[in-house]
Design a protein around this ligand. Sequence first.
Ligand code: FAD
Ligand code: UDP
Length: 367
Amino acid sequence: MFKKYDYLIVGAGLFGATFAFEANKKGKKCLVIDRRTHIGGNVYCESVEGINVHKYGAHIFHTSNKKIWEYVNQFTEFNRYTNSPIANYNGEIYNLPFNMNTFNKLWGVTTPQEAMDKINEQKARYGIEQPKNLEEQAISLVGTDIYEKLIKGYTEKQWGRSATELPSFIIKRLPVRFTYDNNYFNDKYQGIPEGGYNVIIEKMLEGTVVKLNTDFFKNRDELEAQTEKIVFTGMIDEFYNYQFGKLEYRSLNFENEVIDSENYQGNAVVNFTDRETPYTRVIEHKHFEFGTQDKTVITREYPAEWSPGDEPYYPINNDENNKLFKKYKELADNEGNVIFGGRLADYKYYDMHHVIAHALHTVTKYI
Ligand code: FAD
Ligand code: UDP
């Protein structure tokens, strides 16, 4: 039977939009749907007071992959923003990621050797051979002082679990450097797209039919009847009606405030690393684009327990969830007409550049 579309793409985020852009170039007809009221998924920005507000959390593009950097630059230029967050621990300010500026402020040390000695001494006192969880990994990398002031409180708020119950790879996302360098990422390329992320997604979806406010599960029969194949970028456990049980996610609540001041906190990202402050970060969006507006917009980011219906911002990749995911993955691998991709369907803590790379690989594999 003749079908109207070659691909139904569920999710207008970076995975879905990249897939659609490439498929379109290859002459495939795509329908992109999203249950939200806008395209872009979690990279969507909303203009408030002339400032691009990252509605679903601060997004800084970074990659070491030249091909991916050139790929995103075809849609718009990127500015020279370099992420250098600061940590506020009960009013004390420290530079992130953990580097000589952090070590100097904390211990008064001035040379890399002194800093390493301090860390090794604290690590030895703790006696960790092979780190088994996030706490042990963090102490092995930076010692107990930094763990207590800059990691433990933030991590336990962010994930709603003890750092001993979390996988160590999460803390390995952050560089530890024995140079005076506050760049949060080690990647070769970094920046914020000029005009915001919407410009990229809009260009990717030019010429593709997009239907918003459309939930795949509520319109499944009608949607499936129109398409040869499906690209699914939502939650894999939801796709299979949670038949093996629910995967766990961590959610967030964002509280935005417009402030009648040009500059509220002097930096785009300030992390609150004590346990008591209920939010993890305050984002001042204008600084991502060196904005000169009269007002400023800030967002407080509150971590939250996830339950069905909430936004699943982070997969919780502990052993139990990874085991459950594998069962769903086995089903997914045996689907003839459904392709899974993106952060939710792959249940992985992907950054944007990973998602684009995977989408490009998927297009090459299937089309
Ligand atoms: P998403 O953007 O989640 O898109 C999936 C889309 O599918 C959503 O729009 C959703 O509404 C839709 N959908 C789901 N189910 C259905 C359904 N049943 N029917 C219809 N539509 C459906 N990465 C970086 O590189 N740098 C950063 O600084 C960075 N910061 C981040 C900060 C936060 C707080 C978070 C949560 C993530 C951050 N990321 C960052 C990661 C980045 O957001 C993701 O890698 C990327 O946006 C994932 O794209 P995606 O298309 O896989 O998923
Ligand atoms: N982290 C921390 N203190 C900080 C910043 C990060 O302990 O000031 C830990 C925390 O466990 C967090 C992880 O490092 O979940 C990864 O941080 P990243 O900034 O990469 O998180 P994301 O931006 O993805 O939320």
